[in-house]
Every structure is written in structure tokens, then in C-alpha cells.
Ligand binder design. Structure first.
Ligand code: TGC
Ligand code: FAD
Length: 394
């Protein structure tokens, strides 16, 4: 088996393909081909070097992965939510870090500008973000406020002809090379607003976070604001309060639910193929009951997650998916993918820890995915609150 060859065949135990439209399949297949051609051959090396493969940005824009569901008049691909999900699934099948770049650009930068911005802001920023000419980042988390962003201390003052922004955001995907950042900060009354901060504004810096063992092909950093003068026209006017950033997270978490499915499917596919080829005790290891148990449980969990995610996609298309339903899918699918990655890694024995196969990289990446966009625990508490009506956060 040639390790670098991408032989991926997607598992479809319950014939889910029959539920997809021709357009869905076209989008999915085109994304898969792009991943096989442009991501698989290079991603391991970039992850090992902890470098972001910047050359992928152009291709991501070309396949419509920046703003898949943003209307085409603003440069988006004008697709439905199912197509968006399928794209994220295929891209994360390649690497969670590459999918992260798409999630941030589409759901955390383009979406708030589209949904909460005015027409001038949409026309100024969205086409450049869709084409990949500009890359964006999303600043919500702070050093002392992760799971509870409402406590944020980043704030701005009305100075008459501009706002003066101070504070710092931490753990920000794409920060080190972003051209624009959608930053969440409090006004003088303590109300949260979104501001568009552009690289080059005096006092705005983006130091990189080093020594990550996870999401190594994605660049992470801080957003630091030291008396940054932000023009008044850069405030997103149409929504404020914590519900504004949380609304963006709904869209990104939805994409992650699909993405994690892709990582799980890649681990399963790799382990299944290996189990038929690897001979021990004169037999393929796939013939041993212990290995079959792992594979049978993997395909069962993948199939359940495919059904859950497909239904969520239908609800999202109809505008009926609730935040709590999205939380359930994000939590379930990421945890499912992590467990499958761990079992798949064991099935490859020593080979499983090498970069000759994608499993260890997926496994390490998923440790970030299970934490960002709301931790595993936070999503459980969201489900708990939804079914009981009782808040167990505080
Ligand atoms: P709480 O009082 O419950 O809610 C405040 C207001 O927000 C509304 N709301 C939502 N609106 C839209 N979508 C949602 N999912 C919403 N959840 C709540 C809510 O109705 C309320 O509105 P209003 O009008 O009454 O004011 O807020 P809380 O302070 O108790 O916190 C709730 C909690 C813990 C669930 C929430 O804060 C949370 O989700 N925490 C997790 C933080 C998080 O997910 N951070 C992600 C940062 S971004 C990131 O990780 C990007 S990774 C990028 C990549 O892919 O690389
Ligand atoms: P904490 O909130 O300190 O949580 C620590 C532990 O306590 C967790 O296990 C948590 O589940 C638990 N906990 C917290 N509150 C409760 C509670 N009420 N009940 C029970 N348990 C609780 N943020 C952005 O804004 N933009 C980005 O682009 C971005 N990208 C990221 C990229 C990476 C690689 C990573 C790792 C993070 C990124 N984040 C980003 C930040 C991410 O969203 C936060 O790490 C996450 O929300 C958790 O916050 P925290 O790390 O401060 O953990």
C-alpha cells in the first residue's frame, strides 16, 4: 500500500447518496477531487512543519468554499446548507485545519458581515473574502473568557469621529495572516458589538501561538488592540448582544458537525483497507474478531452520524434547525470522530503513529475541534438546558 496515495472511498452503509440531489453530489465530488489533488499530497508535510499551506487559499476560493451559502451577488457560491455541509465534510476529510480556515472565513467572517452588516460593508468586504484576496479571523475568546464569552473585557469608546478599541483576543484561527478581523467588544454600556478591524490599523497586532500539537496546518494567534482607532463605519449595525456572535457560531458548528464526519470516514476507510492488507499469524488482521468489532462499531457510529447530520441539513435548509440541535450534532460527531480515530490508530499498529497515514493527524486535530466552538461539556449542558429548561452553567 502506497501511503501517500489517496485511495479514499466514502462509506455509505445506508445508501445516503440516494437522498442527495445531483447538485449535492456534484459539489461533493468536485470538492473530493480537489482534496485528493491539492490537499492530500502536501498536507502531512505542512502539518509536520506546523505551517499553513497558504497556496490552498486560491483553490478553496475557486471551489466555492469561502461563503458557499452567501448569495452570488456578493461573490458567494449561492448554494444550500446541505452543499455547504458536504463541502466541509470533504475538506475535513483532507484536514481539520483546512476546514477551519473555511469555517472561519465563511461562517465567522462573511456570515456576520452579510447578516449584521449594512449594504456598504457587504459590498466592500464580501467579494474580496469570497475570492480569497482577503482572509478573515473572528475574535471572541479572551485569555480569561473562553466558555463564558459574555465576561469579555475587550471594549471600545466612542471618540466622536471614531471608536477607540482596547483589549486582546486569544486562540484565534488565521490571526497571524488575516487581512480583516471581526472582533467582538463591549461599548461603554457593556453591550457587545461586532467591529471590523483591518490589518494596518495602528495599534493592531497579531502574534502567532506556537508549540501546538494539534491543528498544526492551521495558523493560530492573538488579536491585540492597543488604542486602535476604528472608523465608525466599521461597526456592524444590525445586531448586538451575545446572541450576535453566538448566531455565527451556530453556522460554524453546523459545518463542523459535517466536517468531523469527514475525518471519521477517512480514519475508518484507512483502517478498513489496512485490515485487509496487513497479514499477521498468516491472516489479514481484518479476519480477527477484535479488529472486526472495532470496524463494525465504527461504521455503525458513522452511519448514525450521517443520518443525524443529513436530517440537520434538511432542517437548516428550511430555517428550522435550533441552536440546541446544532450543538447536539457538533458534540456527537466530534466525539464519534475522536473515538474512531483512536481505534483506527490502534488498528494500524506502529504504522498508525506515522505521517504515512492520515489517522494520527486527524486524531490530534480533533483534540482542538472537540474544544473550539464550544467544548464537549458546554454542548452537553446546552442539550441539558434545552430538555430540562434549567440552566446548569452558572
Ligand atoms: P445566554 O444568556 O445563554 O445567551 C445570551 C444571548 O444569546 C442567545 N443565544 C444564542 N443566539 C444565537 N445562537 C446561539 N447558539 C445562542 N445561544 C444563546 C440567548 O438567547 C441570549 O439572547 P438574549 O437576547 O436573551 O440576550 O449566554 P451565557 O452567557 O449564559 O452563555 C451561554 C453559552 C455558555 C452556551 C455560550 O456562551 C457558549 O456557547 N459558550 C461557548 C463559547 C464558544 O463556543 N466559543 C467559540 C469561540 S469561536 C471559535 O472557537 C472558533 S474556532 C474556529 C475554527 O473553526 O478554527
Ligand atoms: P475554558 O472555558 O477555560 O474551559 C476549560 C474546561 O472547563 C473545559 O473542559 C470546559 O468544558 C470546562 N467548563 C467551562 N465552563 C464550564 C461549566 N459551566 N460547566 C462545566 N464545565 C465547564 N476562539 C475564537 O474566538 N476564535 C477562533 O478563531 C478560535 N480558534 C481556535 C483555534 C484553536 C486551535 C483552539 C484550541 C481554540 C480556538 N478558539 C477560538 C477558542 C475556543 O473557542 C476556546 O478554546 C473554547 O471556547 C474553550 O475556552 P477555553 O479554552 O478558555 O476553556
Amino acid at each position: 500500500m502506497s501511503a501517500r496515495q489517496d485511495l479514499y472511498q466514502h462509506p455509505d452503509y445506508y445508501l445516503m447518496d440516494e437522498l442527495l440531489t445531483e447538485e449535492h453530489k456534484l459539489v461533493r465530488d468536485a470538492t473530493r477531487e480537489w482534496v485528493k489533488r491539492d490537499v492530500t499530497p502536501i498536507i502531512e508535510e505542512y502539518a509536520q512543519r506546523a505551517a499553513f499551506p497558504q497556496q490552498l487559499v486560491k483553490g478553496l476560493a475557486e471551489i466555492g468554499a469561502f461563503g458557499p451559502y452567501i448569495p452570488s451577488e456578493y461573490g458567494g457560491a449561492g448554494l444550500d446548507q446541505m452543499s455547504y455541509g458536504l463541502m466541509m465534510m470533504e475538506i475535513e476529510r483532507g484536514d481539520s485545519g483546512v476546514r477551519s480556515t473555511c469555517s472561519v472565513q465563511s461562517s465567522l467572517v462573511m456570515y456576520p458581515i452579510f447578516a449584521y452588516g449594512n449594504e456598504e460593508q457587504r459590498r466592500k468586504y464580501l467579494p474580496k473574502l469570497a475570492s480569497g484576496e482577503w482572509l478573515g479571523s473572528f475574535g471572541l475568546t479572551e485569555p480569561n473568557f473562553g466558555s463564558n464569552p459574555s465576561g469579555m473585557i475587550t471594549h471600545f469608546k466612542d471618540m466622536g469621529d471614531h471608536y477607540l478599541l482596547n483589549g486582546a483576543k486569544m486562540w484565534i484561527s488565521n490571526a497571524p495572516f488575516c487581512d480583516v478581523a471581526v472582533v467582538w467588544a463591549k461599548d461603554e454600556k457593556g453591550r457587545i458589538h461586532g467591529l471590523i478591524v483591518e490589518r494596518g490599523m495602528k495599534g493592531f497586532t497579531t502574534p502567532e501561538t506556537h508549540n501546538k500539537w494539534s491543528l498544526r496546518a492551521s495558523s493560530t494567534g492573538e488579536l491585540v488592540f492597543d488604542n486602535v482607532k476604528v472608523p465608525k463605519e466599521n461597526l456592524l449595525p444590525n445586531k448586538s448582544g451575545l446572541g450576535a456572535p453566538l448566531g455565527c457560531l451556530d453556522s460554524a458548528r453546523y459545518g463542523i458537525a459535517w466536517g468531523a464526519l469527514g475525518a471519521a470516514m477517512d480514519c475508518y476507510d484507512t483502517a478498513l483497507r489496512y485490515s485487509k492488507e496487513r497479514i499477521q499469524f498468516d491472516r489479514p488482521i481484518g479476519g480477527f474478531q477484535l479488529q472486526q468489532k472495532k470496524l463494525a462499531e465504527m461504521i455503525t457510529e458513522i452511519t448514525k452520524a450521517q443520518l443525524l447530520t443529513f436530517r440537520l441539513g434538511q432542517l437548516k435548509n428550511e430555517g428550522r434547525a435550533t441552536s440546541a440541535q446544532i450543538s447536539m450534532a457538533k458534540r456527537n460527531n466530534v466525539n464519534m470522530a475522536l473515538e474512531i480515530a483512536r481505534d483506527a490508530r490502534q488498528m494500524l499498529g506502529g504504522m498508525g503513529i506515522t505521517g504515512d497515514y492520515p489517522i494520527m493527524r486527524h486524531m490530534m486535530n480533533l483534540e482542538s475541534v472537540v474544544t473550539y466552538e464550544g467544548t464537549h461539556d458546554i454542548h452537553l449542558l446546552i442539550t441539558g438546558m434545552d430538555v430540562t429548561g434549567l440552566n446548569a452553567f452558572k
